[in-house]
Design a protein around this ligand. Structure first.
Ligand code: PGA
Length: 228
């Protein structure tokens, strides 16, 4: 069964660092198991440049970390799906807790972003924590929910090194699938090479922040998909 490894660089890296990362990562991809699918989510300005290199690499797709909740139009500073045409973006991380916390995104805005993504054939990866799972799913239609991948991201586990035990994650995966339907669920929160296999055993993949910043570290995580 395919496992999704989503790399979220957040707002790290310069363009030259991003390109150097990709050329190191590319060397490791020949060792990746066929059941691993990697989604690289760099900052917006690097998308077109990285997309050219990525188009020649099997099993690695491009994603974004956010999207405008509006269609193309008079929305200064927003990145619409029209702006992304030609970049080969296949996925969008939406409603990440950092977007909710620092940019005050609401459940309805996240739902509007999901709508924009689906209209552009971009797969939404909707981030949820247990406490607002019901509120977030209530803002989405049944059809929208069934078209999503859900990333379960317990707030206290993100960027802290305090990853949630896999048996607890498995319980929340069940709750998510009760609310969203039988959608793929991935886990995010201090995923690293020494704990990823626990999560691959109980869900459909992982969302990796800090451990995706070094190409070799992420490559080692992807290789573990072959041992599940
Ligand atoms: P982390 O980030 O792996 O650094 O905890 C995960 C995330 O923010 O999704």
């Amino acid at each position: 069964m395919t496992k999704l490894i989503v790399a979220n660089w957040k707002s790290h890296k310069s363009l030259s660092e991003a390109e150097a990362w990709l050329s190191s990562f590319e060397k490791a991809t020949s060792l990746f198991p066929a059941t691993a699918k990697v989604v690289l989510c760099p900052p917006f300005p690097f998308l077109f440049s990285l997309s050219e290199t990525l188009s020649g690499i099997d099993g690695v797709e491009l994603g974004v970390q956010d999207l405008s909740p509006f269609p193309a139009g008079a929305y200064t500073g927003a990145i619409s799906t029209q702006n992304l045409q030609g970049a080969g973006v296949k996925y969008a991380i939406l409603g990440h807790s950092e977007r909710r916390r620092y940019f005050h995104e609401t459940h309805q805005e996240v739902a509007n972003k999901v709508d924009q993504a689906l209209q552009a054939d971009i797969k939404p990866i909707v981030c949820v924590d247990e406490q607002y799972l019901v509120a977030q799913s209530s803002a989405l239609s049944r059809e929208q929910m069934e078209s999503c991948i859900v990333a379960y991201e317990p707030l206290e586990a993100i960027g802290t090194g305090d990853n949630q035990p896999a048996d607890e994650v498995a319980e929340v995966v069940e709750k998510i699938q009760q609310a969203f339907g039988p959608v793929p669920v991935i886990y995010g929160g201090s995923v690293a090479g020494n704990n990823v296999s626990e999560y691959l055993a109980v869900c459909d993949g992982v969302l990796v922040g800090g451990s995706s910043l070094e190409a070799e570290t992420l490559a080692a995580i992807v290789q573990q998909v072959g041992h599940v």
